[in-house]
Design a protein around this ligand. Structure first.
Ligand SMILES: C[S@@+](CC[C@H](N)C(=O)[O-])C[C@H]1O[C@@H](n2cnc3c(N)ncnc32)[C@H](O)[C@@H]1O
Length: 281
């Protein structure tokens, strides 16, 4: 309510003031004129505002100040569509009851992968490229990051997941617990840096970044070969390497180059289907 004795600001002046916050002085007047024009949809002005640096700054200030540090962050199963999920159950049960029935073409591959990882008898150190980007997209993408996070939570293991996309990282952060470390960067650069500081070999390298174009698989296949090159110092005898989208098209999908390397070093093939899984000799 306006203070007594003070003339209330007309609605237009208030709108102008609001637009100045989002768009700065220069653009605010033009935007207001367009808003007052009956033919101009407000949604178009809203989209324009959302792209402006002044709006981004306001958004960042509102969303980044006074953030408390909560060191133990839980996973959010509801976020990835799991309503019947028992986070306290052993991983084996979680996989059988909640994950496997949703995994469609990847069900068998992940079953073999998790059996091999659990067979190691130690807390696994896992590295993945391409993180969970769309919540509840079990059949389409696999929700790998949520499952690796569940295994890390159950066994005291660790997961590093690398993705170049801020939106994908945001999704994975919302889904996963603090057992998962997320790195927002190109996977080749990040794996190279990780390899230069990690003091132990990894147990799993899961490669699922650069989307495959089935009619032009080479760019994706080359990127995944570069990932393996960058991660090579982390990969030793016994390390499991898995590549997603393998049997897409007839030539090995994302793994068409990695496959040749694995054959040359006589890596043991543990699974070949929608995904391909090797154990390094
Ligand atoms: C297929 S999705 C990963 C799906 C995820 N593994 C799952 O199971 O839900 C591919 C991801 O790779 C990321 N990506 C594409 N190019 C990349 C690059 N050069 N470095 C790192 N990540 C990349 C994309 O941002 C996207 O989030």
């Amino acid at each position: 309510m306006a203070k007594q004795g003070k003339k209330p600001k007309p609605l237009e002046a208030k709108m102008l003031e609001l637009l100045r916050q989002f768009a700065g002085d220069r653009k605010a007047k033009a935007m207001l004129a367009r808003l007052l024009d009956d033919d101009a949809p407000a949604s178009r002005v809203a989209e324009e505002v959302a792209r402006l640096p002044a709006f981004e700054r306001l958004y960042k200030v509102a969303r980044t100040t006074n953030i408390g540090v909560d060191s133990v962050r839980d996973a959010d199963p509801a976020f990835v569509g799991l309503v019947d999920y028992d986070a306290e159950a052993p991983f084996r049960e979680q996989f059988a009851r909640s994950f496997r029935p949703r995994l469609a073409a990847r069900a068998e591959g992940f079953e073999v992968l998790f059996q091999a990882l659990q067979g190691l008898g130690r807390s696994p150190f896992m590295v993945e490229t391409g993180c969970l980007r769309i919540p509840d997209n079990w059949e389409g993408d696999g929700q790998s990051t949520f499952m690796f996070d569940a295994l890390a939570r159950d066994t005291g293991g660790a997961l590093f997941s690398i993705d170049v996309g801020a939106e994908s990282i945001d999704t994975a952060r919302k889904a996963c617990s603090s057992a998962t470390q997320l790195i927002e960067n190109d996977s080749v650069a990040a794996l190279h840096a990780l390899a230069s500081i990690a003091s132990r070999r990894i147990d799993l390298l899961y490669l699922d970044s650069f989307d495959l174009d089935a009619s032009n698989p080479l760019p994706s296949a080359i990127h995944h070969a570069l990932e393996l090159t960058a991660a090579r110092p982390l990969v030793g005898s016994g390390t499991l390497v898995c590549i997603d989208d393998y049997s897409v098209g007839s030539v090995g999908g994302k793994g068409m180059i990695v496959d040749k390397f694995m054959a040359a070093i006589r890596a043991e093939v543990l699974y070949s289907g929608y995904q391909k899984l090797w154990r390094i000799p």
